[in-house]
Design a protein. Structure first.
Length: 126
C-alpha cells in the first residue's frame, strides 16, 4: 500500500523531522498540533481556550488537506501540561465534534514544544 504525505499552508508547517500527516490507504495519521498560528508560526495569545481552539483549527486544516474532516477522526489524543484544563477541552471539542465521538485519550505531560499548554494528534479513516 502506498503512502501519501499531506501538507497544507493552512496549518503550521512541520518544525522538525515529521510530516503534517501521512495517508496510507483510507487511514490518515495526523501529527501532533500545538497552538501555532500558521501565518506567524508563533503560539497564539490568550488563555487555554484560545490555545485549544487553535489546535482544533490546525487539525481541521490538515484533515481537510487529507480529503476529510474532523468528522472522520476515529482516535484523538490530547496532551495537557495541566489536566485541570480537561473540562475546557470537552467544552471546545463539542463545537468541533458531534456524536458518535472518536475514541480519545487525555494525557498529562510535564512540557510541550515551544511552551504550549496543549497538543493533539489524531487518526482519521476516510
Amino acid at each position: 500500500m502506498s503512502r501519501q504525505i499531506i501538507e497544507t499552508d493552512q496549518a503550521p508547517r512541520a518544525i522538525g523531522t515529521y510530516s503534517q500527516a501521512v495517508k496510507v490507504g483510507q487511514t490518515v495519521y495526523l501529527s501532533g498540533q500545538i497552538p501555532l498560528d500558521p501565518a506567524t508560526m508563533e503560539l497564539v495569545g490568550g488563555d487555554i481556550a484560545a490555545q485549544i481552539t487553535r489546535v482544533f483549527d490546525n487539525l481541521a486544516a490538515v484533515a481537510a488537506a487529507s480529503g476529510g474532516s474532523l468528522r472522520d477522526v476515529v482516535k484523538l489524543n490530547v496532551f495537557l501540561t495541566d489536566l485541570k484544563h480537561f473540562p475546557v477541552v470537552n467544552d471546545i471539542m463539542a463545537r468541533y465534534f458531534q456524536a458518535p465521538y472518536p475514541a480519545r485519550a487525555a494525557i498529562g505531560v510535564a512540557a510541550l514544544p515551544r511552551g504550549a499548554q496543549v497538543e493533539m494528534d489524531a487518526i482519521m479513516h476516510l
